[in-house]
Design a protein. Structure first.
Length: 294
């Protein structure tokens, strides 16, 4: 009889175990669904943020491009006296987007493809190069851009590059970009960083004493009257503008670009000739914003 009295207790124990296991399954399922829901919400927020970032980047890019077009028109068509190629940073608005604008005259820079040896030498000296380095680099730059196999005194042609362990040599052609100067034998990264802001390959000739670049002005003075056989040319009459723009978004969002262009708004068929367009070039942060911006 005792054996039959114990059976209901065993049944109750098994039933309690089943309910506990079912409760565990329910709790695990609820936890899993909660985790899954959190992941879905997080993914949705991430996608929304990504979409917002892409939208803001598109707005800033359009504002930057619009600012360039606006400045080109104001300077070359409307002759607006508030905008000059003086290097000052001005603020204007394109739609609801504030944009910082800096306009420089590309003709103020030394053209790598037309500059004489004395001018190149003087520029290197102005930027801290030694006389020996300046003589050597000036000759090497000329050897890079001119044909022939015989180097100038102190210069370098293909055998000199091979002797230095380099797998390339001077092309004997004009520089295609200022960045190409970094490959010239003897050019150091430090000197390149200092000299590049004073150089161009986008004009038709050398600057003159009206240049707003004080380093170039001093180099021109030092090189004046020095005998030269490289045939440097005079400054082009065409105005070539270097326009640096930074569109400012929410928080730390920025979009910067540099456009070098010439334009003719006086002819029956107005045109703008874009010579260079680089995105991601930051505005010079150490320059004050000029008054009179829009």
């Amino acid at each position: 009889m005792a054996r039959y009295r114990r059976r209901p207790a065993l049944v109750r124990t098994m039933s309690n175990r089943q309910r506990g296991f079912a409760l565990l399954i329910v709790l695990w399922t609820v936890g899993f669904l909660a985790l899954l829901g959190t992941q879905i919400v997080a993914a949705g927020r991430s996608d929304t943020q990504l979409a917002g970032n892409l939208k803001q980047e598109a707005v800033l890019q359009a504002a930057a491009d619009g600012a360039v077009a606006n400045v080109m028109f104001l300077m070359l068509a409307a002759r607006d006296p508030q905008f000059q190629a003086d290097g000052a940073v001005r603020k204007l608005r394109v739609g609801q987007t504030p944009v910082l604008v800096q306009v420089e005259n590309e003709n103020d820079r030394v053209n790598l493809n037309t500059a004489s040896a004395p001018l190149l030498r003087a520029l290197i000296l102005q930027l801290g190069g030694t006389p020996a380095m300046a003589d050597r680099l000036a000759a090497t730059i000329l050897d890079w851009r001119t044909s022939g196999t015989s180097p100038r005194r102190g210069g370098a042609k293909a055998p000199d590059y091979r002797a230095a362990g380099l797998a390339y040599g001077p092309p004997g052609l004009p520089f295609q970009s200022v960045g190409e100067l970094a490959d010239v034998l003897g050019m150091t990264p430090d000197l390149f960083d200092r000299i590049a802001p004073h150089l161009t390959v986008l004009t038709d000739g050398d600057p003159d004493m009206s240049t707003r670049d004080p380093v170039v002005a001093r180099a021109l003075t030092d090189a004046a009257g020095v005998a030269d056989d490289t045939g440097g040319s005079q400054q082009s009459a065409d105005l070539v503008l270097r326009i640096t723009v930074t569109a400012i978004g929410i928080g730390a969002a920025r979009h910067s670009s540099v456009v070098v262009a010439s334009a003719d708004f006086q002819s029956p068929s107005p045109r703008v000739n874009i010579l260079l367009h680089e995105r991601g070039s930051p505005m010079k942060s150490n320059m004050a914003v000029a008054s009179g911006g829009r």
